[in-house]
Design a protein around this ligand. Structure first.
Ligand code: SF4
Ligand code: SF4
Length: 585
């Protein structure tokens, strides 16, 4: 480790930090009260309990010291008291490098658990950016960033190799489905969809490209893949380099405009989605006047619109779902992947905890490119390994290529004996081609006009411990034509549901004896009652997360009290599928 004085590096970092001091950033810098409530949220802390350097607050205190030393009045007045300090030597910077890149995957789980709203991952990314700006970064980060700058994708895949891979996958697909129109279109203009991928797919896992192509073909989609600007990932998110972030995102947007596509579809990748869909327009300084979506949404839409048909019984193995930190925690995508997964799998078990509270796969934040930290990373992966093992699943499904690598690594290390797949693999394998749009005219779902008595002939069980609410709900639903039964608590609800087999249950959450959360779990785990749609009607929105994080299928609808008459009828009408009318056009 060198002890050379950092004569030019510190002023560069200091100036760059000044440009990053937005109101939310300063809020996170000054907001930490060192309460330690976030410690238990971090997989590094949980697996290194005796090492205080693993706590989220310690990691970003290093940035705080620099901030206070240069920009905060407390640091100028009482530097010794508030710990205001600047790194002095290259050796100091190496220590900061180890902390910023090697002890945090920027997963943001601590952020979610901080009462002060401190965004540790944002601060850690800033520290990474400061270090990167003066060339202090792990070798892997340097190589990957260079490839993305110079070659246009972060794995250095040459254009001819990429095009050859598409050709190879086209040949295989055409052979499989015996249809020349299944060939992957490249640089076709005026399509509805331009499909962008993670370079990992072109380099190591091209079958996911073929799987996506099969789904687009089956759905009779008007689509293309670009010959340039196809890398939806962005190492700028990991290295903290906003300029790289902007340049990478701009390549994708410019190609999309050149080809005049209507929508960018982003293959299953957590950080790619976050970079391209959420952060990219800011980094690139472009107005987002075009559509972008994750391929999870695209596939789910095809299923719902009847453009593809899938057989959920083919899989025959237990699956669980791993939420990517970027998709679930940073972008709020939690329900759509599950909805899609349930169309292609019959035995789905949730990991606990899940959704926004899920633990990182430990491959996030660019960790897979930093081999010097692999032992520490794999040690921290024990949390995720235990989560997976508890499900008994043979297949771990995830909508993120980074997570695929992180999970594969830990599954091998902890000898879990399961495999990792993505939704695109499962959907492609489950396709019932004869029922898909490519083989017949597509089914289109038309909205039915709502009749005067939209719930006529439907039987609904109203569960609420307040008599006046039950009267209100009964009146509204009966006026809409429904036959209504009532229950005042969870035990009565189960008994009434068994007796009347209603078409739908409205469920209050806060009730005496047996509350709605317990009742809901019991309904979902009862073979006889599990399929009855449930619409939660509650005056306690704080329970929403609780009921949606159960290890059972989520409620079919949710309404906050006080609920308006028209809104309740509309929700029930839609949950019962009375608004859809399938026709052939
Ligand atoms: S980041 Fe938040 S939760 Fe963690 S120590 Fe600071 S104030 Fe407490
Ligand atoms: S962002 Fe994730 S890895 Fe980093 S300190 Fe917070 S919980 Fe730990």
């Amino acid at each position: 480790m060198s002890r050379i004085e950092s004569t030019y590096k510190i002023p560069v970092m200091r100036d760059l930090l000044a440009k990053k001091l937005t109101r939310p950033v300063v809020g996170s810098l000054v907001g930490c009260v060192h309460c330690g409530m976030c410690n238990e949220a971090c997989h590094y802390v949980l697996t290194h309990p005796d090492d205080p350097k693993m706590t989220p607050s310690f990691k970003v205190d290093q940035l705080r010291k620099l901030f206070k030393y240069n920009y905060d009045w407390t640091g100028k007045a009482f530097p010794w008291w508030v710990g205001a300090k600047e790194p002095l030597t290259d050796a100091d910077l190496d220590v900061l490098k180890d902390i910023a890149f090697g002890t945090c995957t920027n997963c943001r789980r601590c952020t979610l658990n901080c009462p002060m709203g401190v965004d540790t991952a944002v601060l850690n990314r800033i520290m990474r950016g400061l270090l990167s700006s003066v060339g202090v970064m792990p070798e892997g980060v340097r190589v990957v960033s260079k490839d993305q700058w110079e070659i246009g994708n972060q794995m250095g895949v040459l254009k001819e190799d990429y095009l050859e891979t598409l050709e190879w996958m086209s040949d295989e697909l055409v052979g499989e489905v015996e249809d020349e129109t299944a060939r992957i279109p490249v640089d076709r203009k005026d399509c509805d969809v331009i499909y962008t991928i993670n370079p990992r797919e072109a380099k190591y896992d091209p079958r996911t490209i073929a799987a996506a192509a099969k789904i687009f073909w089956a759905a009779a989609e008007s689509w293309t893949m670009p010959s340039e600007g196809w890398d939806q990932t962005n190492f700028g998110l990991f290295s903290g380099d906003d300029q790289l972030g902007g340049a990478s995102a701009r390549r994708v947007y410019e190609k999309m405009k050149e080809l005049n596509a209507k929508r960018i579809v982003i293959s299953e990748c957590g950080h790619g989605y976050r970079s391209t869909r959420c952060e990219g327009p800011n980094w690139a300084g472009v107005d987002q006047d075009f559509e972008m979506e994750s391929s999870v949404f695209t596939m789910l839409r095809y299923v719902k619109e009847g453009r593809i048909a899938v057989d959920p019984t083919r899989l025959g193995q237990r699956v669980t779902y791993h939420d990517s930190c970027n998709l679930a925690r940073s972008c709020g995508i939690t329900e759509e992947p599950r909805e899609l997964l349930r169309t292609v799998a019959t035995d789905f078990v949730e990991m606990i905890p899940n959704r926004a509270e899920n633990f990182c796969c430990t491959g996030g934040g660019g960790a897979m490119s930093m081999s010097e930290y692999t032992p520490r990373r794999l040690k921290s992966a024990r949390i995720k390994a235990d989560q997976i093992a508890a499900t008994g699943a043979k297949i771990v499904v995830t909508s993120c290529h980074n997570c695929v690598d992180g999970l594969n690594d830990l599954i091998k290390h902890y000898k879990l004996g399961c495999e990792v797949k993505q939704l695109v693999d499962l959907v492609a394998d489950a396709l019932v081609i004869e029922e898909c749009a490519v083989k017949k005219k597509p089914k289109v779902v038309l909205e039915m006009p709502k009749p005067d008595m939209p719930l006529k002939g439907r039987r609904i069980l109203v569960v609420d411990d307040e008599a006046d609410i039950r009267v209100f709900l009964r009146t509204v639903l009966e006026d809409a034509g429904a036959e209504v039964y009532e229950a005042a608590d969870g035990n009565a609800a189960i008994a009434e549901a068994r007796r009347h087999k209603p078409d739908l249950i409205t469920l209050d959450l806060s009730m005496e004896h047996k509350d709605g959360i317990e009742t809901f779990a019991e309904l979902r785990s009862d073979d006889e009652l599990a399929d009855i749609p449930v619409c939660v009607v509650t005056g306690h929105p704080e329970f929403r997360e609780v009921i949606y994080s159960r290890a059972v299928p989520p409620p079919d609808g949710y309404k906050d009290k006080p609920v308006k008459e028209e809104e309740l009828v509309e929700a029930v009408w839609r949950i019962l599928g009375l608004h859809n009318h399938k026709v052939h056009v």
